[in-house]
Design a protein around this ligand. Structure first.
Ligand code: GLU
Length: 308
C-alpha cells in the first residue's frame, strides 16, 4: 500500500531549501502580486481519494494549463481537421516566440505554445460565435470536469494581461496575416486571456484532469468527455510540448505527461492511476514552476510512477 500522504509530506520538506529560488512572472503585472513563496501539491486517485500538502485550497491563475482544456474542447469539435491550423510537434522555442511562426507560414507548432493556443481559441470562437458564448463553453467544461460549478476567472488578471499582451497581439496579428485566424483578432485575444485567467487550486486541478488519465472518461462519475484516441493524443502532446522549450527536460526528470502555466501551476497525469497538480509561483528560466518541477520529480522518484 503506497503511503501517499507520507510521500507528499516528505516532498514538502525536501523542497523547502529551494522555495526562494526562481522569479514570479512579472510581464503580467497582476500576476507579480502573488505571494511568491507558496507551495501546494495534490493528487487524486480513480476511486476519488485525494491527498494534499501545502496551500492546496489557494486559487491561482491557471494560465497555460487552460490550453489543455481548450485543446480538448477543440479536438472534440473539429477532430483531426484541427491539425490543418495547428501542429503537434515540439517547438524548441520559448512559449511566446514569433520567429518560427514567420518561417512556418503562421501555422503554430503545437496547441500548447501561445500561438497554438490562440489558434485553438479562434477555432472555438468560430463555433460559439462570440466572446461570451465561447468563454461560457470553456468555463462550463472546466466546471464539469472539476465537478465544481463555482470555478471562475480573475478579472484583474484578465484585464492586466489584455493591457500588456503585446507579444500575444503580435502573434495573433502575424497569424491573421497568414489567414490562420478567422475571427476578429481583438475578440480572439480577449477570449484567450479570459481562459488563461481562470483560477483554480491544486485540489481542483488534480480532480479536473482525471479524465486524461483514464482514456477520456472521468473514473469517478463515468462521464465520457473525449474518445480514448483523443485522450491518448492530448497526453502525447502534453509529454512532448507541455513545457515549451523545457519539455525534454521535464520528460527526462519527471517522466509524465504534464502542462505548466506561468501562474506557477503544473498538472501531470499518471495514466490509469491518478492526476497530480502542483503550485509554486517562482519560475525557472523557461517559465515553468521551479519548485513545482522539483516536487514532481521527487514524486515520480519516490513513488516509482512514471510512464517510462
Ligand atoms: N497567458 C500567458 C501568456 O499568454 C500564458 C503563458 C503561460 O502560462 O505559459 O503569456
Amino acid at each position: 500500500m503506497i503511503q501517499y500522504q507520507e510521500i507528499l509530506n516528505d516532498i514538502y520538506n525536501e523542497i523547502q531549501p529551494f522555495i526562494n529560488e526562481g522569479k514570479v512572472a512579472n510581464y503580467i503585472p497582476a500576476l507579480a502580486k502573488v505571494d511568491p513563496d507558496q507551495f501546494a501539491m495534490s493528487l487524486t486517485l480513480f476511486d476519488g481519494r485525494s491527498f494534499h500538502v501545502g496551500c492546496s485550497d489557494n486559487k491561482f491563475s491557471i494560465q497555460s494549463i487552460s490550453k489543455v482544456f481548450t485543446f480538448t474542447r477543440a479536438l472534440d469539435i473539429y477532430s483531426t481537421e484541427l491539425y490543418n491550423k495547428v501542429g503537434k510537434e515540439p517547438s524548441g522555442d520559448p512559449f511566446n516566440s514569433l520567429i518560427q511562426l514567420e518561417h512556418e507560414y503562421g501555422i503554430p507548432r503545437n496547441p500548447f505554445i501561445n500561438a497554438g493556443a490562440i489558434v485553438v481559441t479562434d477555432a472555438l470562437l468560430t463555433k460559439y460565435k462570440n466572446i461570451d458564448n465561447t468563454f461560457d463553453n470553456i468555463l462550463g467544461f472546466i466546471r464539469d470536469i472539476s465537478d465544481d460549478q463555482t470555478i471562475d476567472f480573475d478579472k484583474e488578471v484578465w484585464f492586466s494581461e489584455y493591457k500588456h499582451g503585446f507579444r500575444n497581439a503580435a502573434l495573433a496579428n502575424l497569424m491573421k496575416s497568414f489567414n490562420n485566424i478567422d475571427n476578429n483578432v481583438d475578440d480572439v485575444l480577449k477570449t484567450y486571456f479570459k481562459h488563461c485567467s481562470i483560477t483554480m487550486s491544486t485540489k481542483e486541478l488534480s480532480r479536473a484532469t482525471l479524465f486524461l488519465a483514464n482514456h477520456g472518461v472521468d473514473p469517478i462519475n463515468q462521464k465520457q468527455y473525449i474518445t480514448p484516441q483523443q485522450a491518448k493524443r492530448i497526453n502525447a502532446v502534453m509529454l512532448t510540448c507541455g513545457h515549451y522549450d523545457a519539455s525534454g527536460e521535464f520528460a527526462f526528470h519527471v517522466g509524465l505527461p504534464g502542462k505548466s502555466g506561468v501562474g506557477g501551476g503544473i498538472i501531470a497525469v499518471v495514466p490509469k492511476v491518478m492526476s497530480l497538480a502542483v503550485f509554486s509561483p517562482r519560475l525557472n528560466s523557461w517559465g515553468n514552476s521551479l519548485v513545482g518541477t522539483k516536487a514532481l520529480e521527487l514524486f515520480t522518484t519516490k513513488s516509482g510512477f512514471s510512464i517510462f
